[in-house]
Design a protein around this ligand. Structure first.
Ligand code: DC
Length: 228
């Protein structure tokens, strides 16, 4: 995998990875792989088909059967699962809650990791998630780990949820984020970890444009460097 041109961005809930990954990808003309959206799509399908989230074999079979597609229209990501647009549905709070246990299942992870690698091998990409610099693309040239205080991440996540039309109770959301973080850090396969060679950026108090500028400063003109 040493020839993969990929920028990895990992970090916990609400740190702003998706927006920054989208902005960096747009500036460089790279593809943006939102891996959280892929795990969310499997979870939504499991919920709709009433697959027990404790049934690992059934979840693995389901993940293997789904066609998950990430498409960009006017710079906005739209997620399709078996041809249906699930962009909004996968961001609902009950899907968020159930995605952590679904993402624990090794068969589900193996299936997603394989698809993420295929996407990254097909085109220069910015790939964001939890295990991207450690497991999915351990040979990536540029790895970033974004972090921020729990308070700040709660505020950012609340803003995203409100934009989707959800009512938000800040203290409840903070506890839910804390629980998801803990779960994501402690899963046996593909836990949230800082890759040894990642650049860590504390984004507390930093806006998305500034985060994007910092990453761009590290990466430089990645596309030009690749073609030389
Ligand atoms: O980034 P997000 O909030 O959309 O991720 C949704 C869930 O999926 C989150 O609980 C962690 C999990 N996830 C994962 O286990 N591995 C990834 N590469 C991306 C997300």
């Amino acid at each position: 995998m040493s020839h993969v041109t990929v920028i990895t961005i990992d970090g916990p809930v609400g740190v702003g990875k998706s927006t920054v990954a989208r902005l960096v990808a747009a500036e460089l003309g790279y593809f943006h792989i939102d891996t959280g959206a892929m795990y969310r799509s499997v979870t939504l399908a499991a919920m709709e088909r009433r697959v027990n989230v404790a049934d690992e074999a059934a979840l693995t079979k389901l993940a293997q059967s789904l066609k998950i597609e990430l498409k960009y229209t006017d710079g906005q990501l739209r997620v399709y699962c078996d041809g249906r647009d699930v962009t909004i549905a996968i961001r609902q709070p009950d899907v968020s809650k159930n995605t952590s246990p679904v993402a624990d299942v090794i068969g589900v992870r193996q299936c997603m990791v394989e698809q993420q690698r295929q996407l990254g091998l097909a085109q220069p990409s910015v790939c964001e998630g939890r295990d991207i610099g450690t497991v999915v693309f351990p040979d990536a040239r540029w790895k970033f780990y974004l972090d921020a205080s729990l308070e700040e991440r709660t505020k950012r996540h609340a803003q995203q949820l409100r934009e989707l039309g959800n009512q938000v109770e800040l203290e409840e959301l903070k506890q839910a984020i804390r629980a998801r973080d803990q779960h994501d850090r402690n899963r046996p396969y593909g836990p949230l970890r800082v890759a040894r060679d990642a650049v860590i950026i504390d984004t507390t108090g930093i806006g998305q444009d500034e985060m994007t500028r910092i990453i761009r400063a590290f990466v430089g003109d990645a596309s030009r460097r690749d073609s030389s």
